[in-house]
Design a protein around this ligand. Structure first.
Ligand SMILES: [Zn+2]
Length: 480
């Protein structure tokens, strides 16, 4: 201890034979996802402060660094933390409220009344805590999300210690925390100012979709995002209906319409992008739009299959998103999204070589980082990058034997195999225990909400709050 102290104090470590590090994590494999896609057997990662100091063979790292703390997972793998590029975190409290329904039924009879009666700052705080708990325990270190009370989402995310790209949803209809799009834009501006240059929170601007906003609002949102150098998040061509309506009413696809409005002139994260023709894809590629592909959601809502194989061939950045977790998907399981993304492209193209495992893992790591505009900081294990890493067990029956670690990570490993999680140099999950949140307390709060949500739905809705008569159109709830 004294020697380490002197090392850091006097900078004499190299003379003493080893440099100081806060952590050394070692494992049977280190999957780096770096430019050369290095896979290191018996590898290690050294971390100092918020960043990765070095990645290499264990013997070399242990010789070069003396760490204050060590973690070794001899039968496991260390890889970059997973990146969820599209979700609605606080909706975790509505998980499983109503499933297997047509969208209109789900919205009007279930989610709309539930949101109208339950969503407030407290709901969002507990919902985000629950989401962060699940995400961290499942190996997700960064997520992008849009909902309401986004400042509260940010506070709960920081409490949990995760990294996030967050945007307040902007709609032409009244929402739980704003009455008009103008109010939502003003909220967004304050939010962007508050989290400018924050190490963990990237504030974004999040107009819900083309069909739920006036053109001028979308343009104001773009201008606001550009003023802060922030990304814009939007749902795009999720359903055939959305595409058909745009073509019938406005004579062009949603992509062409948004492009004409200049919405892609700046970093954009587009969720879904299911209904795309070749011209649409070329526009998205030329504008550098990042895609959040959400296979579970697209399957569960029967939205369709995004042409991911074609997108990747064209050079678009495609990440993975869980969407949900109410209605469109019931969890934040990125291992499941990798598995489904790969299989969905195979079944859609009837080509088992489509979207191989390593590419699916890229989408959940380095390409997801590119989608969010964070690939210089996260997405791979490289010296100088932020220390966002996870350690995953590979010794369970479903992961034994092991011939190919990429194949296992995509097709065999479960979220419950994640052992340790570090975000920005801070360990937040150790031996499957969340260190930053009180799991029992979060789960107890979620159960309390379950009761109060159920109770709120038993009470007959006053006529003015019923969806059919409300100024809030069902479409405003398509934040899925
Ligand atoms: Zn969504």
């Amino acid at each position: 201890m004294m020697r380490l102290f002197l090392c850091s104090l006097l900078g004499l470590c190299s003379l003493l034979g080893a440099e100081p590090a806060d952590w050394i994590w070692s494992a049977r494999y280190v999957v780096t996802m770096d430019g050369g896609r290095r896979l290191i057997e018996d590898g290690a990662v050294a971390v100092g402060g918020e960043r990765i100091l070095a990645v290499g063979p264990r013997a070399q790292i242990e010789k070069q660094y003396r760490a204050r703390h060590k973690i070794d997972l001899p039968s496991g793998v260390i890889l970059p933390g997973l990146i969820n590029t599209h979700a609605h975190a606080p909706m975790s409290l509505f998980r499983g409220l109503a499933d297997d329904l047509r969208l209109a039924d789900w919205l009007e009879n279930h989610i709309f009344p539930a949101e109208a009666r339950n969503v407030n700052a407290d709901f969002v705080r507990w919902g985000t805590r629950l989401a962060c708990l699940e995400m961290a325990l499942g190996g997700t270190t960064t997520f992008a999300e849009m909902y309401y009370f986004e400042d509260v989402v940010a506070e709960a995310t920081l409490e949990a210690g995760l990294r996030a790209v967050l945007g307040e949803t902007i709609l032409r209809f009244p929402a739980p925390d704003f009455k008009t799009p103008r109010e939502a834009l003003r909220f967004n501006e304050r939010f962007l100012e508050r989290f400018r240059n924050h190490p963990l929170i990237t504030a974004a601007v999040a107009p819900h979709a083309l069909y739920t906003n006036a053109d001028e609002t979308l343009q104001s949102a773009r201008a606001l995002a550009n003023r802060f150098g922030a990304p814009l998040m939007i749902h795009l061509s999720e359903t055939a209906e959305e595409l058909d309506t745009a073509v019938q009413e406005r004579g062009a696809t949603p992509v062409v319409l948004l492009d004409r409005l200049g919405i892609f002139q700046g970093r954009t994260i587009a969720a879904h992008a299911v209904w795309m023709d070749e011209d649409d894809l070329e526009i998205l590629r030329d504008r550098g739009v990042g895609i959040a592909h959400c296979p579970s959601s697209n399957m569960k809502l029967a939205s369709g299959i995004a042409p991911v194989k074609r997108m990747l061939a064209l050079g678009l950045a495609v990440g993975l998103g869980t969407d949900g977790p109410a209605g469109s998907n019931n969890d934040f399981n990125m291992f499941e999204e990798m598995d489904l993304a790969a299989k969905l492209q195979k079944v859609a193209t009837r080509d088992p070589e489509a979207l191989p495992a390593r590419q699916a893992l890229e989408m959940a790591t380095i390409m997801g980082a590119r989608v969010l505009g964070l690939d210089k900081e996260i997405g791979s294990l490289e010296a100088g990058k932020r220390a966002d890493l996870i350690a995953v067990r590979l010794d369970r029956p479903h992961a034994t034997p092991l011939f190919d670690v990429y194949s296992h990570l995509v097709y065999a490993v479960k979220a419950g195999d994640v052992e340790h999680v570090m975000v920005n140099g801070r360990i937040i999950v150790r031996s499957r225990r969340m260190l930053t949140l009180d799991e029992a307390k979060v789960l107890a709060a979620a159960r309390r909400y379950q009761r109060s949500i159920r109770e709120s739905l038993r009470i007959a809705m006053p006529p003015q709050q019923r969806p059919a008569r409300s100024p809030v159109q069902p479409a405003n709830l398509l934040v899925q």
